[in-house]
Design a binder for this molecule. Structure first.
Ligand SMILES: NC(=O)c1ccc[n+]([C@@H]2O[C@H](COP(=O)([O-])OP(=O)(O)OC[C@H]3O[C@@H](n4cnc5c(N)ncnc54)[C@H](O)[C@@H]3O)[C@@H](O)[C@H]2O)c1
Length: 330
């Protein structure tokens, strides 16, 4: 059921809306004049990410764990709730699976009941350690089902399966996007993701930790580009379900990122190497042909521009005074 509010705005539920990506999505939707209901249990998200929205008359926050049933009358659901960084999703892997499986069933049950469109924020991790590059949506992946990342990778794969089965069996109007590494302000300081790690280490004058030899590549998409892709996906006609890759196809080695961060922060920190964690993929690069063709979407923000934004954010967050550099100690 579509409930039109004044000015053609929609009621939109964002699960995981207090997280890094979810909070930017809430900002975007509010700015478009929509009425946003943010549901989050604050496991890896924070009220700080949505504090500026809490007094907004079109914004509502509900603290709720989506592995428990939830009901609301909305027109669209963006389903993002799930811890995204290994530190967070491996903290309680069983909970991660519950969030992905029971949480997605709850959201699909809701979408079915109220006949709303639902978008799942899936992940490039469904490709596991891929044997084809770049990864197209048709690639089925190479995932370890019993490893320490499986709660997340396999959890998201089941979430995608659930989306497709609710669509085929019950005609639920679904959209699936597979998000590749995304960065931007409001990434958590201590979540162990490579960009936040490097920036925080550089600003604190600590060594930058590169796992492995640093030749493994990643492609990083700035959060505003990603949010635009998600919104475009929800705006497509109802025959198109996806999955669609959303990410930046420009690959950089981890070492290149570390060097870029050192240059932009003007830090004198050094780069140190540590053993690669288990199941860490060597390469990850999206083929975004589908997004280009179906959504007329491609990332716009170049890496150095995005990095500058995040560095500014973390400087403020750390209240960064000039840090003592290793050379000047003692
Ligand atoms: N950031 C990336 O690079 C990336 C890449 C691929 C996919 N994704 C997906 O995008 C989504 C958002 O990721 P993010 O980077 O913003 O992560 P995040 O951890 O910052 O945000 C996830 C949010 O979900 C909330 N949450 C977790 N479990 C919940 C539960 N059971 N009930 C209610 N809320 C719950 C958390 O508190 C948090 O606010 C996730 O689904 C993630 O898998 C992110």
């Amino acid at each position: 059921m579509r409930i039109f509010l004044g000015g053609g705005s929609l009621r939109i539920l964002v699960t995981g809306g207090a997280g890094f990506i979810g909070s930017h999505l809430c900002d975007y939707l509010i700015n478009q004049g929509h009425d946003v209901l943010c549901v989050d249990n604050l496991f890896s998200g924070s009220k700080d990410n949505i504090r500026h929205l809490l007094d907004h008359s079109y914004f509502e926050f509900i603290r709720h764990d989506i592995s428990q049933p939830f009901f609301a009358e909305v027109d669209q659901i963006y389903h993002l709730a799930c811890p995204a960084s290994p530190v967070h999703y491996q903290y309680n892997p069983i909970k991660t699976i519950k969030t992905n499986v029971m949480g997605t069933i709850n959201m699909l049950g809701l979408a079915k009941r109220i006949r709303s469109r639902i978008l799942l924020a899936s992940t490039s991790e469904v490709y596991g350690n891929p044997s084809v590059h770049p990864q197209q949506e048709a690639y089925w992946g190479n995932v370890n089902p019993i490893g320490i990342r499986s709660c997340y990778d396999e959890g998201k794969r089941v979430a995608e399966t659930l989306m497709m089965d609710y669509h085929r069996q019950n005609g639920v109007d679904i959209k699936i996007v597979r998000i590749f590494n995304t960065y931007g302000p409001r990434m958590a300081i201590n979540d162990g993701r490579v960009i936040s790690n490097f920036i925080v280490q550089a600003l604190r004058g600590e060594n930058l930790t590169v796992y492995g030899d640093g030749t493994q590549t990643r492609s990083f998409c700035y959060v505003s580009d990603l949010v635009e892709g998600m919104v475009r996906m929800v705006g497509t006609d109802n025959i198109f379900t996806g999955p669609v890759n959303l990410g930046n196809p420009t690959e950089s080695t981890i070492l290149e990122i570390a060097e870029k961060v050192l240059a932009l922060t003007e830090s004198k920190s050094r780069i140190v190497f540590k053993p690669l964690p288990l199941d860490d993929p060597d390469r990850r690069c999206p083929d975004i042909t589908t997004a280009r063709n179906r959504l007329s979407w491609q990332p716009k923000v170049p890496l150095h521009e995005g990095l500058e934004e995040v560095i500014g954010y973390f400087k403020e967050k750390l209240n960064a005074k000039p840090q003592p550099q290793p050379e000047s100690l003692g």
